[in-house]
Design a protein around this ligand. Structure first.
Ligand SMILES: *Cc1c(COP(=O)(O)O)cnc(C)c1O
Length: 349
């Protein structure tokens, strides 16, 4: 992330100075401009900013009146916040298994989990890969696109949420979140909910939240937004290079034209050995979502046990995310590949 913003430091300092000069740190022109520019970039009618990607999910669920007694189908192979937001509203997360080829929700598994109580579906565009379109089920679809700003194929007829946590493809210099919407009534409700359920400061219509994007972060995000297409293209190039370098060593992700590679995630039965070899070589890597959400202590009350979501559990055991950022060079990637190759040769001999 630091490598990505380093060339932009003078521009960021200028944005800081400009915002300081206005004296508007909550809402105001920077936030309004960022919301408009983000909606344009995403191709949606509107975008409503908030404090973080978790709040974006909670705000949408609240605006759609999802609450106690309702079920929302989501994956268990995702960051905890996806299911936490559903539980936070008093609704029940219902976990559907993933397609091992995409690591995203398998539509056939989603169908199996739909009941008369299902109020919404919440696919996640995991690691930047667009999830399968679930609109044919006739239920509201809330897309957790926290890892997928600028990814192609995201259905723009639905509601999508984004996070600007510093590790995401589009990031702030702190926390931030966004909801993209095509429904003016929903946008109006979201704007009220993020400000204590109020449109004007004196009348409070709903029990809401205090969840805003700081003007300073909006000013920084406007700069980063101008680079997101280029950064995503660089990530895709780096992913293609890994695909060649790692061919035959590990299972590499099948490409999808809309994939923006928030993470470059490979699979291997030798995952732990590979992770250890990278660590010994001082190369950062990460294992995600182990244990997956259905086996997390806070969600034990949902009653899942090991074996309930076989593909999710298998992916949790095998995944390894390799270093990838906009600007990683071929030499750095070749070094990663050679460390993996050497570690696998030890296993095989
Ligand atoms: C990061 C992330 C979130 C939460 O975003 P925050 O801004 O950290 O609250 C939610 N869902 C997914 C899939 C994420 O990766």
């Amino acid at each position: 992330m630091k490598a990505q913003y380093a060339p932009l430091v003078p521009e960021l300092q200028e944005a800081f100075a400009r915002t300081l000069e206005t004296g508007r740190f909550i809402f105001g022109p920077e936030v309004e401009a960022f919301e408009r520019e983000a909606a344009d970039k995403l191709g949606t009618q509107d975008a409503v900013s908030c404090a973080n990607g978790t709040d974006a999910l909670v705000l949408v669920l609240d605006a759609l009146e999802v609450g106690p007694g309702d079920e929302v189908v989501c994956p268990a192979f995702t960051f905890y916040a996806t299911a936490e937001a559903i539980a936070r509203r008093g609704a029940t997360p219902v976990f559907a298994d993933i397609d091992p080829g995409t690591l995203n929700l398998d539509p056939a598994e989603v169908e199996r989990k739909i009941t008369p109580r299902t109020k919404a579906l919440m696919p996640v565009h995991l690691f930047g890969r667009p999830a399968a379109d679930l609109s044919s089920f006739g239920l509201p679809v809330i897309e957790d696109a926290a890892q997928a700003f600028g990814a192609g194929g995201i259905a723009t007829s639905v509601v999508s949420t984004f996070s600007f946590f510093p590790t995401k493809n589009l990031f702030a210099l702190g926390d931030g979140g966004l909801v993209s919407v095509n429904d003016p009534e929903l946008a109006r409700r979201l704007r009220m909910l993020r400000f204590h359920g109020s449109a004007a400061k004196k009348e409070f219509l709903y029990v809401g939240y205090n969840s805003r994007l700081d003007a300073m972060q909006a000013a920084f995000l406007r700069i980063f937004l101008r680079h997101i297409d280029d950064w995503n293209a660089q990530r895709r190039e780096a992913a293609a290079r890994y695909g060649e370098l790692l061919d035959g060593l590990v299972e590499t992700p099948q490409d999808d034209p809309g994939h923006v590679y928030h993470m470059y995630c490979v699979r291997s039965p030798e995952r732990d050995r590979l992770a250890a070899a990278l660590q010994d070589a001082d190369i950062g890597s990460a294992v995600y979502y182990q244990p997956p959400l259905h086996l997390q202590p806070a969600l034990r009350y949902l009653g899942y046990s090991e074996g309930d979501l076989p593909e999710t559990e298998h992916a949790a055991r095998e995944n390894l995310c390799l270093p990838l950022w906009a600007g990683i060079d071929e030499e750095q990637q070749a070094r990663v590949a050679s460390v993996l190759e050497a570690a696998l040769q030890v296993v095989r001999s």
